[in-house]
Design a binder for this molecule. Structure first.
Ligand code: SF4
Length: 479
């Protein structure tokens, strides 16, 4: 790690100031913003650091974190600090300023969690501070080859060794022997994630006093909407043990995904080759897939499960405890409604019950079952409103029914609700609603669905539905 220290310092003094060009990009400037005076420590540190041999790959994070004192690195004794107050103070700070503060405060007792996806931005920010930094990662054994190649490229680019942590071999063996290699498709991803990710992470964090993550508020339905810039980790313990012994920094909390990408492009850093194939959020190979236009990035992870369960346990503290577990929606208390358009009718419970009862309707109805806090619904809002405008002139009614909270059970039992959003077509003369079977939620795909089925009648319902399924799933299987 001392090698990383020296190379980082050299890099900042040799190149980062001359990078004013890229940072003059408006978006990048916003997230690069940093006062030059804040970097005054860089030149001083350059002369005080000695290069050491790089650590070998066998070094364990735990051992190293508890024994390594990087020569020349200021070891700040952490005062008792109110991290809630600090988070508020840093609310307007740039990621670079936050990163600098985190590294300055915790020295060699802090490390960046690197998953092999966009959080390479964190490493770049750390480099830009000119401070020494550590990077660790969890090798679950199920990552894509592209991710391993990125790890290698990042090590070379930054002159660092990533400190890998692996799952316990005995635990993996027991899981796989008992349940097979793909048990997560059958009974959920939690057990496998616990063995391959959460427990190794717990071990790794036990060697640290703070860690840095790439979590952003815009990433996940409900679970990440209240991420503070810095917090006492609500789930994991650090080096000193016990509740409150670990601090978690989230320098990208307030940054949007698009801005992270502007930054990565501007700084010309290595990225995972899977991003070019439509992958956004990248985890293990069997649990990650590309996302389609109109889909939220987290829909590419554990897609067979309900939207609200899409956290692997690494950031479980994001999930609010519910007073009433029967209405355990992760909705924030106040949330603005979506699909607001004069062409979209808001159906009450009585309204949709009537629609269900009618065997012969005056016109076909297209209805989305949604929750306004669900980013997957939010992601398809523009398409749905545009579709409603187009269908209005064709005499097809477009509606929405809010199906979370108290309505969820009813929607599950009577309206085929699986996860949000669920889209239903009530044809003119077929009694039963037809559920849209695809995840392509762009205007054209939805329009083909409506056109194919709008005139379906009771007796030909089944045939047409089968035809539609075949057409739509052909598209889905091709990615
Ligand atoms: Fe297992 Fe999938 Fe979790 Fe990876 S993401 S640890 S493969 S369940």
């Amino acid at each position: 790690m001392a090698l990383a220290v020296t190379s980082s310092s050299t890099a900042i003094s040799g190149s980062s100031f001359s990078r004013s060009g890229p940072c003059s990009d408006r978006k990048a400037l916003q997230i690069c913003s940093f006062r030059l005076s804040d970097l005054s420590h860089v030149s001083q540190r350059r002369y005080s650091l000695k290069a050491e041999s790089p650590p070998t790959r066998n070094d364990s994070l735990v051992t190293r974190a508890s024994t390594l004192i990087t020569p020349g690195v200021e070891e700040k004794e952490e005062d008792v600090e109110d991290f809630e107050q600090l988070a508020k103070k840093l609310e307007e700070a740039s990621p670079l300023e936050i990163m600098d503060k985190a590294l300055q405060r915790f020295g060699s007792n802090i490390a960046i969690a690197f998953s092999g996806a966009e959080d390479v931005a964190l490493i770049e920010y750390a480099r830009l501070t000119g401070r020494p930094f550590r990077v660790f990662s969890l090798d679950t054994g199920r990552l894509n080859p592209e991710t391993y190649r990125l790890f290698d490229a990042v090590e070379k680019q930054y002159g660092i060794r990533i400190e890998y942590t692996f799952p316990d071999a005995v635990e993996v063996q027991a899981l796989v022997r008992n349940k097979g290699l793909f048990s997560f498709y059958e009974d959920g991803h939690q057990e496998c994630c616990r063995v391959r990710k959460v427990r190794p992470l717990r071990r790794a964090l036990k060697g640290l006093k703070a860690w840095i993550t790439g979590q952003r508020k815009d990433q996940s339905p409900g679970t990440r909407s209240e991420i503070p810039i810095v917090q006492v980790d609500p789930v994991f313990e650090g080096l000193d043990g016990g509740v409150g012994s670990l601090v978690k920094w989230n320098p990208l909390a307030n940054v949007e995904g698009g801005d992270v990408w502007n930054f990565l492009r501007t700084m010309d850093v290595p990225v995972n080759a899977l991003h070019a194939q439509g992958y956004v959020s990248i985890g293990c190979e069997p649990c990650t897939r590309p996302v389609l236009p109109g889909q939220h990035e987290r829909e590419g992870r554990w897609w067979w499960e309900d939207a609200k369960a899409k956290e692997c346990g690494l950031h479980k503290g994001n999930i609010k405890k519910e007073d009433d577990s029967t209405t355990a929606d992760l909705a924030p208390a106040i949330v603005h409604d979506i699909f607001e358009s004069s062409n979209v009718v808001a159906l009450s419970r009585g309204g949709i019950e009537n629609l269900l009862k009618l065997g012969n309707r005056k016109e076909p109805w297209l209805v989305v079952l949604y929750a306004p806090w669900c980013p997957f619904c939010q992601a398809m809002e523009a398409s749905y409103v545009e579709l409603a405008e187009k269908l209005a002139v064709k005499g097809i009614k477009v509606a929405k029914f809010r199906a979370d909270g108290d309505q969820k059970e009813f929607a599950k039992q009577e309206l085929q609700l699986g996860s949000f959003p669920t889209i239903l077509l009530f044809p003119k003369s077929a009694p039963r609603a037809i559920k849209y079977p695809s995840e392509h939620r762009d205007v054209d795909s939805l329009m083909s669905f409506v056109n194919l089925l709008r005139s379906v009648r009771k007796h030909d319902d089944k045939e047409l539905v089968l035809e539609l399924m075949a057409t739509l799933t052909r598209g889905r299987e091709s990615y």
